[in-house]
Design a protein around this ligand. Structure first.
Ligand SMILES: NC(=O)c1ccc[n+]([C@@H]2O[C@H](COP(=O)([O-])OP(=O)(O)OC[C@H]3O[C@@H](n4cnc5c(N)ncnc54)[C@H](OP(=O)(O)O)[C@@H]3O)[C@@H](O)[C@H]2O)c1
Length: 315
């Protein structure tokens, strides 16, 4: 399991402000001390006045200040956004350099293309592929990852990278009990066939699977609007998660994250507070049974709604 840091610096969706930094620093240190060695960020994480690149800057600061000896083993995964002005290979290489600077690292362990432009700007896509392969060859990133690629587009980039002799290490997609498309549209099979590790992003469905939100108490801001159709049919799934949790002495977030582990993915739940981190760490060290996973799958199916997908997700 890794920790996702989209909320670390994002005002609009997550209500971030700088007064949260001391607690985020404690979350980082405690996670490292507990053995978490993967933090997922992006060059576009940091939204609001003066917050550009904030998540990477915070991780860079926390890495330098972390008192735990385990910090040396921490891997950072960042993402390079397919901004409309990134139309040359060099612009992606520059993006990798800028991320390294913000993170205070000579090289980032995993550099990922944040999304594919295959659906709307195929020519840019070629530059993104070439650029991230160049960044790998230059040693600015130690491994190449992808995000929001579907199986068809994945095969295309895999063919390109194979020609360049660059392995694709990971693919991150929205994968949780309310977003099961990766196991239904061939993404998982393709990743497994090509030897690519699946990273499950938003494993708590942006908080919906923690049980704290409902039609009467929707998530604040944009999340409440985006998920207004999912909240009414959600209680059946939450009841199933609660029943399993009661038997096992586990919380809902722990059940949700463990489900992702049972699907052989690397989940990267976000955590903004120490309480959330401690809760989420309780997802480790045990496994749901096959029968429980099947029960959860069936309850998820009955919800009949998926959370909204990333608009850049390709086939
Ligand atoms: N590649 C992509 O396009 C993409 C897209 C999305 C996310 N991601 C990555 O995936 C990571 C995780 O996804 P996410 O941050 O979208 O959502 P998530 O992990 O599904 O949910 C995280 C949010 O749920 C709440 N929460 C977390 N633990 C909790 C607990 N134990 N009890 C109660 N509430 C809890 C917190 O928000 P509240 O307290 O405000 O509810 C937290 O910020 C991101 O940080 C990012 O690194 C990638």
């Amino acid at each position: 399991m890794g920790i996702g840091t989209w909320s670390w610096g994002n005002q609009f969706v997550w209500g971030y402000d700088e007064s949260m930094d001391p607690e985020l620093s404690s979350v980082f240190n405690a996670a490292v001390d507990a053995g978490v060695n993967l933090f997922d960020t992006a060059d576009s994480y940091g939204t609001g006045n003066g917050l550009d690149g904030r998540s990477e800057v915070l991780i860079g600061t926390f890495l330098r200040q972390c008192p735990s000896a385990k910090v040396d083993g921490v891997n950072v995964a960042t993402k390079f956004a397919a901004y409309p002005w990134r139309i040359t290979r060099k612009s992606v290489v520059n993006a990798a350099r800028e991320s390294c600077e913000r993170l205070g690292k000579e090289s980032v362990e995993l550099g990922q293309l944040h999304w594919s432009t295959g659906n709307y700007q195929p020519l840019q896509e070629r530059a993104l592929w070439g650029g991230i392969a160049d960044a790998y060859d230059l040693g600015l990133i130690k491994a190449v990852g992808l995000s929001n690629y579907g199986p068809k587009q994945l095969r295309k980039i895999h063919a390109y990278m194979s020609e360049r002799g660059v392995p694709i290490a990971t693919l991150q997609v929205q994968y949780h009990l309310l977003s099961r498309f990766p196991e239904l549209n061939g993404t998982r099979e393709t990743c497994d066939e090509l030897g690519i590790r699946t990273i499950a992003y938003s494993p708590l469905a942006l908080g919906l699977l923690t049980g704290k939100y409902s039609t009467e108490n929707p998530p604040p801001g944009l999340r409440g609007f985006a998920y207004k159709d999912v909240l009414p049919p959600l209680p059946g799934l939450l009841d199933c998660m609660r029943a399993i949790g009661r038997e096992r002495g586990k919380t809902l977030p722990q059940i949700a994250i463990n489900w992702c582990l049972c699907k052989d993915t690397t989940p990267i739940p976000g955590a903004k507070t120490m309480r959330q981190l401690e809760d989420n760490l309780g997802a480790l060290g045990w496994r749901l049974s096959e029968g429980e996973v099947a029960e959860l799958d069936a309850a998820a199916e009955k919800v009949g709604k998926s959370t909204s997908q990333n608009i850049f997700q390709t086939a």
